[in-house]
Design a protein around this ligand. Structure first.
Ligand code: SF4
Ligand code: SF4
Length: 354
């Protein structure tokens, strides 16, 4: 994979490139990621579609949640992409992929009708048709990335994420791995930012995105929730909430999984920088993680190891930190220097030099 240091910008990056984004919402999904994407602000969907981002090629997004067209008119772009008439295009997949080899006599999920047999075209078939022609494939939401809720243990559909379906080492025709943007739903700006980044990359104006082992953009998923949480300072002082609605303290004892979850929502917020699960009082349920939801259930129960770590902090160094910080704050740092007083004598220590 190309890295930032290997990147050589294309000086002739053409402004005439039109990148199409074919966004499939018809996996086993709730379409929550598409809905979330409409609230992105940095960049916003409108910024991308209307071409107000300097230097960005024209982008056309085909997504049934926001589309004006319906029926065959909406489907035309998909048939065009299949026939090579839309190039380049980014294939975005939302929702997990049912195993159509075990669908009995029906199908799990699909859209469009196959004229040859009058049957729906399954999402699997769409992926088989379009992925080889796509410049990039992006999985949005934890269902599409790692299977998510539809792929829970004992599910009947054999649901899986896109990397499990296409293969973790799969590469697009532009030699890009699958790009995973997990979250349930994915954070809005994470989606629009990655789309913008990919379009710039395909136009030769940005390096390939750097991904981690789970195919997530490194710059978005490099930190844990704890590392970005505005309650983290309470943890080292052994200060934990024991019930909802209590003071602003660490939520680990209420079941927050933040210490072992990679997600930038506490740093980035949810809409326009506002919100962000633990920042605003909700525990982190680990919705971005490959093992979600099974590995983190029951959600509201304290994790055994998280609870043990919290108890260690509560009964060992936490109270010591608290005592000395409070003392230093009250007696030393949270007060003005003593020379800032009215009076007949200057007490600031100024030495007269003439
Ligand atoms: Fe819905 Fe969450 Fe699945 Fe996205 S990842 S489709 S928001 S259940
Ligand atoms: Fe999901 Fe936790 Fe991130 Fe919230 S903080 S979006 S629950 S992973």
């Amino acid at each position: 994979m190309a890295t930032a240091t290997e990147f050589v910008p294309n000086q002739q990056a053409t402004e005439s490139v039109t990148a199409h984004v074919l966004w499939m919402t018809i996996g086993l999904s709730c379409e929550g990621d598409s809905v979330a994407m409409t609230s992105a602000t940095n960049p916003s969907l409108e910024d991308i579609i209307q071409g107000v981002i300097p230097g960005m090629p024209r982008v056309v997004i085909h997504n049934q949640v926001i589309a004006f067209e319906v029926g065959e008119e909406y489907m035309q772009a998909w048939y065009d992409a299949e026939q090579g008439k839309l190039d380049p295009f980014v294939l975005v997949i939302e929702g997990s992929i049912g195993n159509e080899q075990i669908n009995g006599e029906g199908h799990w999920t699909g859209f469009g009708v196959n004229p040859s047999n009058g049957q729906p075209i399954t999402i699997n078939e769409w992926i088989d048709r379009l992925a080889p022609k796509a410049a990039a494939v992006v999985a949005v939401g934890t269902c599409a990335t790692y299977g998510g809720i539809p792929a829970m243990k004992n599910n009947p559909t054999g649901a899986m994420g896109v990397p499990d379906y296409l293969g973790w080492k799969w590469r697009s025709k532009a030699n890009l791995p699958i790009v995973c943007i997990p979250g349930c739903p994915a954070q809005p700006d994470n989606m629009t930012e990655v789309l913008m980044y990919l379009v710039f990359h395909l136009a030769g104006m940005a390096p390939a995105p750097e991904l981690d082992e789970q195919l997530r953009p490194k710059w978005l998923f490099g930190r844990t929730v704890r590392e970005g949480c505005n309650r983290a300072g309470f943890t080292e002082q052994g200060n934990f909430a024991t019930e909802y609605g209590s003071d602003h303290r660490c939520l680990v004892k209420l079941g927050c999984k933040g210490p072992v979850v990679k997600c930038n929502v506490p740093v980035r917020g949810w809409v326009n920088g506002i919100g962000g699960c633990p920042n605003v009082g909700g525990i982190c349920m680990a919705c971005t993680m490959p093992g979600f939801p099974d590995k983190y259930m029951p959600f509201m129960d304290e994790d055994k190891w998280g609870g043990a770590a919290a108890n260690f902090q509560r009964f060992t160094y936490g109270p010591v930190f608290r005592y000395f910080r409070k003392r230093n704050l009250e007696k030393k740092f949270d007060i003005e220097p003593e020379w800032r007083r009215p009076g007949p004598v200057l007490t600031s220590g100024y030495q007269k030099r003439w």
